[in-house]
Design a protein around this ligand. Structure first.
Ligand code: SF4
Length: 433
């Protein structure tokens, strides 16, 4: 025991102390036992099998898509189904084909059989596989299948409510903010969203990816040193083939003042098969490259979409999402929260929640602004801050995005600011006047 005390005094490490005691023939007395118990015990870590960094997440099988494929494309192989060009070539575009998959409502049938609908109808087989056959009010179906409501132009609605055409110095290029431009690469989408802000343009063939037009846009950007950010949109830029898209990215990347390039796309939601290893390898060469993805409902967060987003995120591409607030589709806190959480799990940062633009024939999609504020109020403080997008109105007439927030500052009392938190509790903050 004397040896124990001597070792304590010489401050031997606890592990060694324990060893020494273990070697004692007689059990230590109580004080020595207490001393041992107070010492931090060595931690034994279990053996860890390192997770392979570059392994893609396992793709769970999407049962809905499998059953749909079996029923409507029994002779199509998995290879074909997972090939994006097959998906594009086999888009559902006719009433008869649509009728074979969905039982159409009167409103849908009327819309598809009459002239006057501006935006073409087109849906990829993959996206159609997420839509149940017998639910005319299903959110995904409402977003892509036209109804007769599109024919009614409500008060304040315009074909070009954001005044993009008047801010376009070159055909297909919008220069609204001093340091950035929007370049419409072409007007083609694989699946057309019925609430599309550019429904006056997309799918009409007036904006094409011809080299001469794109060269004019590139020259405009090169001649304006204030432009540091180019957003490629459309139509969907990822529907260009790899070579054409690379040509465009390379031409922009050599302009010294273009700091970042952004791609606006709905591909991961409607055609995730387009995100191939080859595409991702090419995109990586043009950093800093960002992507604004477009999601509007949690049902769009499928295993295929998760895989596409993972590949993009692994390539170092920051992913943000833009969501349009849509009546009867995502205009409640629970749905929106589920969507935000679904996107975050796919490493997509909720970026903007847009008030639906007043395009012609959009009244059935639009909600009140109060509804948008209610949703933000239901998210802020109730979930991770990263899961709360900025709610904006794109000002009619080309005024740009204006952020809207619920009222958290409720007043002032002398030098104190009166604030209300997410639980509706009030607090005083000593403000510097
Ligand atoms: S993907 Fe974008 S551009 Fe294409 S229809 Fe939808 S909202 Fe419009």
């Amino acid at each position: 025991m004397q040896q124990v005390i001597e070792n304590c005094e010489t401050e031997e490490p606890p592990s060694l102390l324990a060893e020494i005691i273990d070697e004692e023939e007689d059990p230590p007395d109580q004080s020595a036992r207490d001393l041992i118990l107070k010492q931090p015990q060595p931690t034994v870590f279990p053996t860890i099998v390192p997770f392979p960094l570059h392994r893609r997440p396992l793709v769970r099988k999407n049962q809905k898509s499998r059953q749909f494929r079996k029923k409507y494309y029994p002779h199509v192989s998995s290879r074909e189904w997972n090939n994006w060009t097959w998906q594009v070539a086999n888009r559902i575009r006719t009433v008869d084909r649509l009728k074979s998959m969905l039982s159409l409502s009167v409103e849908e049938e009327l819309a598809l059989s009459r002239d006057g609908i501006k935006l073409p109808f087109s849906v990829t087989p993959y996206y159609m596989s997420l839509i149940p056959a017998d639910e005319p009010t299903h959110p995904l179906r409402r977003a892509v299948v036209p109804t007769v409501n599109e024919l009614f132009k409500g008060p304040g609605e315009e074909d070009d409510p954001l005044g993009e055409d008047s801010q376009s110095p070159v055909h297909g290029l919008v220069h609204r903010y001093p340091d950035r431009v929007l370049l419409l690469v072409h007007d083609f989408c694989s699946t057309y969203c019925r609430y599309c802000t550019r429904s006056r343009v997309v799918g009409h063939g007036a904006v094409n990816a011809g080299q001469a037009r794109l060269e004019r846009a590139i020259q405009y950007i090169a001649a304006n040193p204030a432009i540091r950010d180019v957003l490629l949109s459309g139509g969907d830029p990822l529907l260009l083939n790899d070579d054409k898209l690379e040509w465009l990215l390379a031409r922009l990347r050599i302009i010294p003042h273009v700091e970042i390039i952004r791609i606006g796309t709905k591909i991961p939601a409607v055609l995730p098969q387009r995100v191939t290893p080859k595409l991702v390898r090419m995109l990586k060469r043009y950093h800093p490259l960002w992507m604004s993805l477009h999601f509007m409902h949690p049902d769009e967060c499928t295993p295929e979409t998760n895989r596409a987003c993972s590949m993009l995120a692994d390539a170092g591409i920051p992913l943000g999402s833009q969501t349009v607030l849509l009546n009867g589709i995502n205009d409640d806190v629970d749905t929106m929260k589920k969507l935000m959480h679904g996107m975050m799990k796919m490493r997509v940062r909720p970026y903007y929640l847009y008030q639906c633009d007043p395009i012609s024939g959009s009244s059935h999609f639009r909600t009140s602004v109060a509804k948008g504020l209610e949703i933000i109020k239901g998210l802020r403080g109730h979930t991770s801050g990263y899961g709360v997008p900025t709610y904006v109105i794109d000002a009619p007439g080309g005024g740009g995005k204006i952020p809207l927030m619920p009222e958290y500052v409720v007043g002032r009392e002398d030098d104190n600011l009166l604030l209300r938190n997410y639980e509706q509790r009030c607090f005083r903050y000593p403000d510097v006047c």
